[in-house]
Design a protein around this ligand. Structure first.
Ligand code: BES
Ligand code: MN
Ligand code: ZN
Length: 487
């Protein structure tokens, strides 16, 4: 039910439901203060009767009134999420529906499916399970709706759930190798997707000095573990029978755990760092969503995977590493590891894939979170059109982005005496998210490029709207819609 200018407005099908259940919904709403604002709910528990002659026989166990506010897609997303919350543990849900626009249908289903996400619980040996009791049942739309809108919502929600699961996966089990295995498993059966990865020795042979340096403590130290060695994962969706399809490369940061390295993080900063591969998970999820939706563009996820550890094999502040393509970088701080692995991946993507668009997404800087807070992502791009398309794609689907600048005069902050450039800006410059973006820009060449810093929104501290605590999968909706638009 919506909140119209003249008070409560019943949604489609409400009249039929009123007759079927013999309930005056308007009077009931009035008596309980239900006004129809987006996401407001009123649960009417119905009596259970085992007598076939009872008026309560063969009815649903509850009727849930859900506020749809002004009727917009955004308010329906809110409504869907609220409905999922109330539907938890109840079995299937039937919604009276029909005649709404595609965007409104997509909003409702998106909110419901994202709100229904349940984190997995881990048992012995890392076995994952979701509690069936706390699950949310299937959603049935009673009436007419756009199948395409429903499919888009479902595909993006499934992709988001994968990104969330990967982010929430504990780092004792999540390694570069196991991440790559899960990527391959997730792509199995999708004919248009090919997944490959380069192992530690291949990455080294390719000249990816940033990825090797960051991943070396976990790989080459005394407690060497081949599964934890650095890796480069590639997943490509190639549309069938499309000539001249544009190629979009999405580079996603894949740090399976970020301890900070020798510049070790304090406990408060380290606790959340199992989600430091959120960008990589999003890149992978977008490729799978693009395949499912048969997007007529080629989309490649490029995910540099490494665990930033402390050990005898650690790289050090002051080290000079040579990244893919030959640029030398002086390591300013071993906790600025994301930009080093992204430098390799961006340079590799530019040189070997020749994409039309190059987008990177990363939990890159605490400074981005300080600037924009925990729910908005930062967009950096020299291309105003691309930046605007990213912001619009996100805004339409409930992900908020703000563009931050790339001021030329801050370039000099990255000058190094010992290498082509320094990985971190000189102290006192400030603007940590901006100087990180300026660093990355050096590796995108002349390709149309955008950098997305999701250090804030990739993770949620508490439940809110359609987001559970933990990894959020932020960016999956934006980038899936973006590749649809660019195709
Ligand atoms: N993964 C962190 C950034 C981060 C911080 C993500 C908080 C999510 C929440 C990144 O690798 C990092 O440590 N960045 C440093 C860079 C600094 C050393 C120049 C930071 O932001 O402090
Ligand atoms: Mn770090
Ligand atoms: Zn990091």
């Amino acid at each position: 039910m919506g909140a119209g200018p003249d008070g409560l407005e019943p949604g489609r099908g409400t009249a039929q439901a009123a007759v079927r259940y013999g309930i005056d919904f308007a009077a009931t709403a009035d008596r309980t203060g239900f006004t129809g604002t987006a996401g407001q709910t009123l649960v009417l528990e119905l009596p259970v009767s085992h007598s076939p002659d009872s008026v309560w026989a063969n009815l649903a166990s509850a009727v849930i009134l859900v506020g749809t506010g002004d009727g917009s897609p955004a308010d329906h997303r809110q409504a869907g999420a609220a409905l999922a919350g109330k539907a938890r543990g109840r079995g299937s849900v039937t919604v009276s529906w029909g005649g709404e626009s595609e965007a409104v249908t997509q909003g409702l289903v998106q909110g419901y499916l994202l709100g229904a996400y349940q984190p997995v619980k881990y048992g012995q040996g890392g076995r994952a399970a979701r509690s069936p009791k706390k699950g949310t049942g299937d959603l049935t739309l009673l009436g007419s709706y756009s199948q395409a809108a429903l499919d888009r919502a479902r595909t993006m929600a499934v992709a988001t759930a994968l990104a969330r699961d990967l982010g929430n996966w504990p780092s004792n089990w999540k390694t570069p190798a196991t991440f790559a295995d899960r990527a391959a498993a997730a792509a199995a059966g999708r004919g248009s997707v090919r997944v490959t990865s380069f192992g530690p020795d291949e990455v080294a042979a390719l000249g990816m000095g940033g990825l090797v340096a960051v991943g070396s403590a976990a790989w080459r130290g005394p407690a060497a573990d081949p599964s934890r060695g650095p890796r480069l994962l590639l997943a490509t969706h190639t549309p069938k029978g499309v000539k001249g399809a544009p190629h979009i490369a999405i580079v996603g940061k894949g740090i399976t755990f970020d301890s900070g390295g020798l510049d070790i993080k304090p406990p408060s900063g380290m606790a959340a760092m199992k989600t430091d591969m959120a960008g990589g998970a999003t890149a992978l999820a977008v490729v799978l969503a693009a395949a499912e939706l048969a997007v007529p563009a080629k989309v490649t996820a490029v995910v540099p995977l490494a665990q930033n550890s402390v050990g005898a094999g650690s790289y050090r502040p002051g080290d000079v590493v040579t990244v893919y393509g030959g640029t030398t970088v002086e390591v300013g701080d071993t906790d600025a590891e994301g930009r080093l692995v992204l430098a390799d991946a961006l340079a590799y993507a530019t040189a070997t894939l020749g994409p039309d668009y190059l987008i990177d997404i990363a939990t890159l800087t605490g400074a981005a979170k300080v600037a924009l807070g925990p729910r908005a992502g930062a967009v950096f791009s020299s291309d105003g059109t691309l930046a605007a398309r990213i912001e619009e794609s996100g805004a339409a689907l409930g992900e908020s982005w703000w563009r931050l600048p790339l001021p030329e005069d801050l370039e000099e902050a990255l000058v190094s005496e010992n290498a082509d450039l320094s990985s971190t800006a000189k102290s006192g410059v400030g603007a940590g998210a901006v100087t990180a973006a300026l660093f990355l820009r050096r590796f995108a060449g002349s390709t149309r490029w955008a950098h997305l810093d999701v250090a804030g929104p990739a993770r949620a501290a508490s439940a809110r709207d359609w987001t559970a605590p933990g990894a959020t999968g932020f960016g999956v909706h934006t980038l899936t819609a973006l590749v649809e638009r660019l195709a």
